[in-house]
Design a protein around this ligand. Structure first.
Ligand SMILES: Nc1ncnc2c1ncn2[C@@H]1O[C@H](COP(=O)(O)OP(=O)(O)O)[C@@H](O)[C@H]1O
Ligand SMILES: [Mg+2]
Length: 406
């Protein structure tokens, strides 16, 4: 069964610059689709069109009737004053609505109305309420809060006061509680730590519905999707596999196109040389040959079918390798840091040599950023030492960048 159908959809925000240019595709029930494309390729725009938030200039989108579509957006917005708990519980709005109507009908029946239509309506509502988990909302809420690490204390806080990562977790939790058939996920792992990402991967593996996800996280994509749609210059390319398949297949298509292009070019060169010769002979007396040369040139134009395939430029960064001489870059000895009564870490030893690439892993709040700040000298250790090599210069990209205005 088809869950999402996109037919010939175009969208532009500035005249003449089509962000989406005649997109057509379908997504079947239960499919897991990764939506790829560079920043600004129109992925979020396509999602907004799918939810009806935005109208396409041309074409249509439709979702299977009766199916509920849920979106987790890159930038969630909730009314001011909403607590985290309120945001989470807004997932049950639909159930609350059912409950209200059931109470209303029950009231009417108590008053003595006993039309069959009334009873029938009540039964239908009660069935929908039960199958939607109406009697089990608290259990569901607690499960999701455990999985996504949303403790009771956090549920009391204002949603707007949360950090980016916390907002993503809450928003994701709300969406999961909403009991949707089609999930649209816009870069869901952006602010998630490893544990929450894994929890989401497992949740999606068990999820019965359809998933369409935008992501730059190749490991997440490999786990979750079995089909890839790539947006480029407003058009879509399709790949029937996960991210690793996409990478290989894209390379294969590139090579194939390049071969095709080179073959064409060789043929064109050959014909052009022949046409040039004909023109020359025509000048030397045989005027009729011009006509043949011109028709040959027309044929050449028709041959130009394949554009030269382009390859994405890879980002090449070199961190001044020549300055690393394989000697000591940093030594950490017996480092301890605590805030008040809470010890983040103790007895940390580490030696870093030139050229090493190191990932610092750990759950939220375990002190990763604090360790970085200690290395930078922005925080003082309680005990222990950090020593940097004499020629070491540091570059630092913080989690949140603050710009100061003059
Ligand atoms: N409401 C809007 N008004 C004007 N331009 C927009 C609007 N929304 C998106 N765009 C532009 O459309 C392009 C695609 O944006 P977007 O869909 O957010 O890309 P992606 O999600 O793939 O990074 C970008 O150039 C963006 O600046
Ligand atoms: Mg986007």
């Amino acid at each position: 069964m088809i869950d999402i159908s996109v037919s010939n959809v175009s969208k532009e925000f500035e005249v003449g610059n089509r962000i989406l240019d005649g997109l057509t595709f379908q997504v079947d029930t239960g499919e897991r689709v990764g939506l790829l494309g560079k920043n600004g390729a129109g992925k979020t725009t396509l999602f907004r069109i799918l939810t009806g938030e935005l109208e396409p200039d041309e074409g249509q989108v439709s979702t299977a009737s009766g199916k509920r579509v849920g979106l987790i957006s890159q930038i969630p917005v909730y009314p001011v004053g909403y607590t985290v708990d309120r945001v989470l519980r807004s997932a049950f709005d639909r159930l609350k609505e059912l409950e209200r109507e059931m109470t209303f009908l029950a009231g009417r029946m108590e008053q003595g109305e006993d039309e069959t239509a009334l009873l029938k309506r009540y039964d239908a509502l009660a069935a929908a309420f039960e199958s939607g988990g109406g009697y089990d909302t608290e259990t569901a809420l607690n499960k999701v809060c455990n999985g996504l690490d949303i403790p009771g204390e956090m549920r009391e806080r204002q949603f707007s006061d949360l950090s980016g990562g916390e907002k993503t977790r809450v928003n994701l939790g709300r969406l999961i509680l909403e009991d949707t058939d089609v999930l649209l996920l816009d870069e869901p792992t952006n602010h998630l730590d490893l544990r929450a990402t894994e929890w989401l991967e497992e949740y999606l593996a068990r999820f019965k519905g359809t998933v369409l996800t935008i992501s730059h996280d190749r490991y997440f994509l490999d786990k979750v999707v079995n089909r890839v749609i790539e947006l480029e210059n407003g058009k879509a390319e399709f790949y029937a596999g996960n991210y690793s398949f996409y990478v290989e297949e894209k390379e294969r298509r590139y090579e194939e196109k390049l071969k095709q292009y080179e073959k064409e070019q060789a043929k064109i060169e050959q014909l052009q040389a022949a046409a040039d010769k004909l023109h020359l002979w025509a000048f030397m007396g045989n005027d009729k040959l011009h006509k043949r040369a011109f028709s040959m040139e027309k044929r050449i134009e028709r041959l130009r079918k394949t554009d030269k395939p382009k390859k994405d430029r890879k980002l090449e960064i070199r961190f001044g390798e020549r300055e690393f001489r394989g000697d000591e870059v940093m030594v950490i000895k017996d480092l301890k840091k605590s805030f008040g009564a809470r010890t983040l870490f103790d007895h940390v030893d580490l030696e870093v040599e030139g050229g090493e690439r190191i990932a610092l892993l750990g759950d939220n709040g375990t002190g990763k950023s604090t360790l970085i700040k200690l290395i930078l000298g922005e925080e003082e250790p309680d005990s222990g030492k950090i020593r940097l090599g004499p020629t070491v210069r540091l570059g630092y990209l913080p989690q949140i960048i603050h710009f100061s205005y003059p």
